[in-house]
Design a protein around this ligand. Structure first.
Ligand code: PEP
Ligand code: MG
Length: 879
């Protein structure tokens, strides 16, 4: 029979698939001899079996019983014993952390009789009855779906009746009344009494944790975070310890380094005389961890030493949840902690300095996504705007948007918004996803808002306690100023400052460092970025080129570390005032007119290439011959028709418009993306490609004459058959032979039509290099129009899990990727020294860069801004 239950002492930190992150780490701490309350973990396998069949696997509860006996023996108490009850917590815990998404139930084992035993044993009647009412509330909400507000309104009524300002002031008699009221609420909603059998409570709680895996908000969170939907959760059952047993008790969350900046030193929030969930929920304002040093010096010292041991064991920043019960420290959870992008770089470099990890490992501790985040702009506060208020800087960035007070408005907004809430809970997730930033009036750096926002890379300021948020009237008052929904705020997630109106934003220091404007000197972040980028460049096998059409773009790409231009889209050089020349070319109906148009275009193209070759002097520049459908250069059919009709109605000669109209009609295509583009154009319009080849060669000759080192390459787009390429090649070679003083210019092709990938072995005979055009290759492999689908149905496809990310953003490795692999293999078999790169959007996408590394490409090419991201990911892929 399968084993579904592991005692904490049986697992270890590497068993996350089976025990979930929380369970594996509780096991590791138990093995380390740290003070973890006794308990056990029910495996994700049991959850998956439950989700598959709809019932708890046979034998599971018998196993739970056995492990419970061990806990009871260790605690020397029995679950729900009326004289001295053992109480349990039941918590979810999947392989990947999903903060606040799934269920937790505390105080399992309290019943009408055991509450009396707890009161007698603890000598604290208030505490016992308060725990009991918390259980009914949590259990009712979680296991039976009783609306939370019903309990809240009973609590408010009892509090008002007793004249108590807070729950903590409620006397025992009122807590007892509250228990009765809660039991009535429970009965009214469930049609049954609150379960008085402790084991039934436990089994129901376990089952409801299994079910919570498929709660709507959990599904949404996983989709957002790209966590597979079929993993299931483990369930951790642990002896309860209490942080709400008086002033010598409390609960807290701690980090072994600052998760916002990476600065060294213990860091966290502490709430005295409170139960665990109170801190994470951000319901009461916490004090800094250093306060614990004054409140309870021995526990503080012990905590620091536990944290040091955990860092050594995990070799990384850890976060910790702990509880102190009457001066005794208990560890309730640890894990490798989430951190901001900046902290990730700083900590990785620190750990190298401390001799804890190698540079190769340090590269695995950061990601291209994080680097991209650091390249976002922040506020320009040179005009010294006065902050409206200041809160806790919970997640960095600069967000500007209009105030919305709830998730629905945030999700429905058609302009940037800031979600303003007293605190957030998992129901606010859709709004948090939609908003530019999140502002709360309660909670610290470990509140729900903070943790979730950091995970998403979203700007967040929390605990801005000067804000008076009135959700009923949709107003927020701060120091006498009243703001309404729609008023614009600027949130600085790095400083915690909140400004009224839109503050201008300025470029990120990391971008300025790449631009060569800032030296890393005394800035720990820039120094860390420099160090890790240098190592990535050292280990990576993939080259990184840029897609650039102008000298300025190429120069920037070079500053960002590109070692060439992988794609210059020459059609971008035909826009603006040159469009008229292209128009002349298209409507020309004899060779003389066509030649005149081409002759006029030639010097313009040549000048563009001179600029580009100069900016990339000494490095390859792959110039792609013109690609888009020619009708894009002509006026729209409707406009022209109207113009000609108007002229005719007035008895005027429509003149040139009539010629144009005939051309537009002639060129009209129902599917232009599958029509006259790329190589097909070159084969249909005589002289067009020859003019471009001449412009490239003459520009190169000019650069050579000026002492430069131009390295152009000519790339033919949209080839599907080797014969197309051979025809263009013959024409191009004859032009190249006619021009003196030029370097050798290689001729290659894009691989962006499935047929080209499949016949790559033949095509390679005529191509010195391949560059995958994965935009078109994706479009044509899936049959998705790249210009239309994203809005039309991708949302639905993502929701259905047909793909986890748009295949236009992240390479579809199973389909499009397979064509890439085939083409690389067949191309190289025919021509072993074939250079192979990619220049579709995927060239700058972190996951795709790793795929291209594995597929054996020589380089990726992406937009200049993504060059650093591609360099980093190429380095990560190589080690
Ligand atoms: C491609 O198709 O991937 C490509 C780079 O070409 P374009 O985007 O210009 O069609
Ligand atoms: Mg293309």
């Amino acid at each position: 029979m399968a084993t579904y239950v592991y005692d904490f002492a049986e697992g270890n930190k590497d068993l996350k698939d089976l025990l979930g992150g929380k369970g594996a780490n509780l096991a590791e701490m138990t093995r380390m001899g740290l003070p973890v309350p006794p308990g056990f973990t029910i495996t994700t396998e049991a959850c998956r079996a439950y989700l598959r069949t709809g019932s708890v696997p046979a034998g599971l509860f018998a196993e739970v019983q056995e492990h419970l006996h061990l806990v009871e023996a260790r605690m020397q108490k029995n679950l729900g014993d009326p004289r001295d009850p053992l109480l349990l917590s039941v918590r979810s815990g999947g392989k990947f952390s999903m903060p606040g998404m799934m269920e937790t139930i505390l105080d399992i084992g309290l019943t009408d009789s055991s509450v009396v035993g707890l009161a007698a044993q603890s000598g604290d009647e208030r505490f016992a009855w308060d725990s009991y009412r918390r259980l009914i509330q949590m259990f009712g909400r979680t296991v039976f779906g009783v609306p939370g507000e019903e309990f809240e309104s009973e609590l408010a009524a009892v509090r008002a009746g007793a004249g108590a300002a807070s729950d903590a002031e409620l006397p025992v008699a009122q807590l007892q009344d509250l228990v009765q009221a809660y039991k009535k609420v429970f009965h009214a909603h469930t049609g049954r009494d609150f379960p008085q059998a402790p084991h039934e409570q436990l089994f129901l709680a376990i089952t409801s944790v299994f079910q919570s895996w498929n709660a709507e908000r959990a599904v949404l969170y996983r989709r957002q975070e790209r966590i597979p939907q079929d993993l299931g959760t483990a369930v951790n059952v642990m002896a309860m310890v209490f942080g709400n047993r008086g002033p010598d008790s409390g609960t807290g969350v701690a980090f072994t380094r600052d998760p916002a900046t990476g600065r060294r030193g213990a860091y966290g929030d502490y709430l005295s005389n409170a139960q665990g969930e109170d801190v994470v929920a951000g319901i009461r304002n916490t004090v800094g961890l250093h306060e614990l040093a004054k409140l309870d010096p021995p526990s503080y010292r012990q905590l620091l030493s536990v944290m040091e041991r955990l860092e050594q064991r995990y070799r990384d920043l850890c976060d910790i949840e702990f509880t102190i019960e009457r001066g005794k420290l208990w560890m309730l959870q640890t894990r490798v902690g989430k951190r901001t992008a900046a902290a990730a770089f700083v900590i990785a470099a620190q750990l190298v300095d401390e001799g804890t990890i190698t540079l190769d490992e340090a590269l695995q501790r950061v990601s291209g996504e994080q680097l991209a985040q650091l390249m976002f702009p922040s506020f320009d506060t040179s005009a010294a705007p006065t902050p409206l208020t200041t809160g806790v800087p919970a997640s960095p960035g600069a967000a500007v948007g209009a105030i919305v007070f709830d998730s629905a408005h945030a999700a429905a907004a058609d302009r940037p918004v800031i979600l303003v809430r007293p605190e957030t809970n998992p129901d606010d997730l859709p709004g948090m996803i939609a908003a530019q930033g999140i502002l709360t009036s309660r909670g610290g750096k470990t509140s729900h808002a903070a943790v979730v926002a950091r995970g998403m890379g979203k700007t967040c300021v929390c605990g801005a306690d000067e804000l008076r948020i009135d959700l009923a009237t949709e107003t927020v008052t701060v120091n006498g100023t009243v703001l309404h929904a729609g008023d614009v705020l600027s949130l600085d997630g790095t400083t915690g400052r909140v400004y009224l109106g839109a503050v201008p934003v300025h470029p990120s220091p990391v971008v300025r460092y790449f631009e060569g404007e800032l030296a890393p000197a005394n800035d720990p972040l820039l120094a860390a970025v420099q160090r890790l980028m240098t190592h990535a460049d050292h280990v990576r096998r993939l080259g990184v080129h840029a897609n650039a059409d102008t000298g300025a773009d190429a120069a920037r790409a070079r500053r960002f570390g590109a070692s060439g231009v992988g794609l210059c889209r020459t059609e971008h050089m035909f826009l603006g005032e040159r469009r008229e020349l292209v128009e002349r070319l298209i409507v020309a109906d004899d060779d003389t007119e066509r030649d005149a148009a081409l002759t006029a275009l030639l010097p313009l193209q040549r000048a563009d290439f001179v600029e580009l070759f100069e900016a990339m002097d000494g490095l390859p520049v792959t110039v792609r011959l013109i690609d888009p459908p020619l009708h894009e250069f002509l006026p729209a059919l409707e406009d022209l028709t109207a113009r000609v009709a108007r002229a005719e109605a007035l008895g005027l000669d429509p003149g040139h418009d009539a010629v144009l109209l005939a051309a537009v009609r002639r060129m009209h295509e129902a599917n232009p993306m599958l029509g006259l583009r790329g190589v097909r154009l070159g084969l249909v319009i005589p002289g067009l490609f020859a003019m471009q080849v001449r412009a490239i060669a003459e520009a190169a000759a000019l650069r050579v004459a000026a002492g430069g080192d131009p390295r152009p390459e000519i790339m033919v787009p949209l080839v599907g058959a080797v014969q197309e390429l051979e025809t263009v090649r013959t024409e191009a070679e004859s032009v190249l032979h006619s021009i003196d003083g030029i370097p050798r210019i290689r001729i290659g092709t894009m691989i962006e039509v499935p047929r080209a990938a499949l016949t790559a072995g033949e095509i390679a005979h005529a191509a010195e290099f391949f560059s995958f055009g994965t935009n078109d290759l994706t479009q044509m492999t899936w049959g998705f129009s790249r210009d239309d689908v994203e809005g039309a149905f991708f949302g639905r496809y993502l929701a259905l899990g047909i793909f986890a990310a748009s295949p236009f953003e992240t390479i579809d490795s199973g389909g499009v990727g397979e064509l890439v692999r085939i083409a690389v293999e067949r191309g190289r078999a025919a021509r072993p020294d074939l250079t192979v790169g990619v220049c579709g959007e995927h060239g700058g996408d972190p996951a795709s860069v790793r795929f291209f590394h594995r597929a054996g490409l020589d380089y990726v090419s992406c937009s200049p801004f993504r060059v650093p991201v591609a360099r980093l990911e190429a380095g990560r892929a190589a080690c």
